[in-house]
Write a new protein. Structure first.
Length: 306
């Protein structure tokens, strides 16, 4: 796509809704007035890709793998009541929810394909939006979790479950969302990521000053009751504030922008040319009717004259 077309597409994406189905593509018309044309994402072929049986089977396998990892992580945790205190586990819960929604969307759209594949409406719209936003949050968050873990938290020891939770899950999300479904990310979907980050950082502050404590300090595994050594609000608020600010203002925007770029590399699955009447909400049919109505009076006088 030419540079000007890329800029136009990016501007249109920023103006559009958070679940914008429109895609800007180079126009066949080379006139200066129309350098790009707008087509809509085909939600049926995107969230329930073909060949359906192998794709749905692969999605079920990835979902089962993720849920098995989730169960293993909880079971191996020394203090299960504290398991959900960590960002790793928050993000993994979201990733697990995405895989469940992905399988549900694929099966539902295969059994009940929408008559209008270029519009999000009704129960299909709710299901697709849920799947889309869970993927938009899970992939960037899991990449950020991997970066933070291997640079700040890794102590030289990591087993299979730890490696999968801090790296392997990124590959599973990439296979399902980018390779199988080719789900595009929109820049406006950065907002839910920032909200997710804000609520977790708020949780770290609440935990630090609420007196909830850390069971790993009680059993002698840690020296303080902070969730993470680098986010110890009571003992080292300056470092904690710096890390949180860096994650919120730099980490998430940069990682999300990278994920958006990668998500746009595979070709989009767009509505066919004959489905454009659905994309325009019936506008094409109205225009055709109007043209026919305008031609009818022009033909009538000829018939009378004859």
């Amino acid at each position: 796509m030419p540079a000007c077309a890329c800029c136009t597409a990016f501007q249109e994406e920023l103006k559009g809704p958070i679940f914008d189905l429109s895609e800007q593509s180079p126009s066949k018309d080379d006139t200066p007035q129309d350098k790009t044309s707008t087509r809509h994402l085909d939600i049926k072929r995107t969230f329930s890709p073909s060949p359906r049986l192998p794709c749905i089977g692969a999605k079920i396998f990835l979902m089962a793998w993720t849920i098995a990892l989730l169960i293993q992580s909880i079971r191996k945790s020394t203090h299960k009541s504290f398991w959900l205190a960590y960002l790793t586990h928050w993000s993994f819960v979201f990733a697990s929810a995405y895989f469940i929604a992905s399988v549900s969307s694929a099966i539902y759209l295969a059994r009940r394909p929408p008559s209008n594949p270029g519009v999000l409406e009704g129960g299909v719209g709710v299901l697709v939006k849920s799947t889309w936003i869970l993927f938009a949050i899970s992939l960037p968050t899991e990449i950020l979790v991997a970066i933070l873990f291997w640079t700040l938290q890794f102590d030289g020891n990591a087993d299979y479950v730890s490696i999968m939770l801090h790296a392997g899950i990124v590959g599973l999300l990439f296979i399902d969302g980018i390779i199988l479904s080719r789900i595009p990310l929109r820049m406006k979907q950065l907002l839910p990521n920032l909200l997710f980050c804000f609520f977790y950082l708020l949780w770290t502050v609440i935990h630090a000053f609420s007196g909830l404590g850390n069971p790993y300090k009680d059993d002698g595994s840690r020296d303080d009751d902070a969730i993470y050594n680098t986010i110890a609000w009571k003992n080292d608020p300056a470092t904690a504030g710096l890390v949180c600010a860096g994650v919120f203002f730099v980490g998430y925007p940069v990682v999300f922008s990278f994920c958006r770029m990668v998500s746009r590399l595979p070709p989009r699955r767009l509505c066919d040319e004959e489905d454009r009447k659905f994309e325009a909400g019936g506008t094409a049919e109205k225009e055709e009717t109007l043209v026919n109505d305008e031609e009818a009076p022009a033909q009538a006088p000829q018939a009378v004259a004859y």
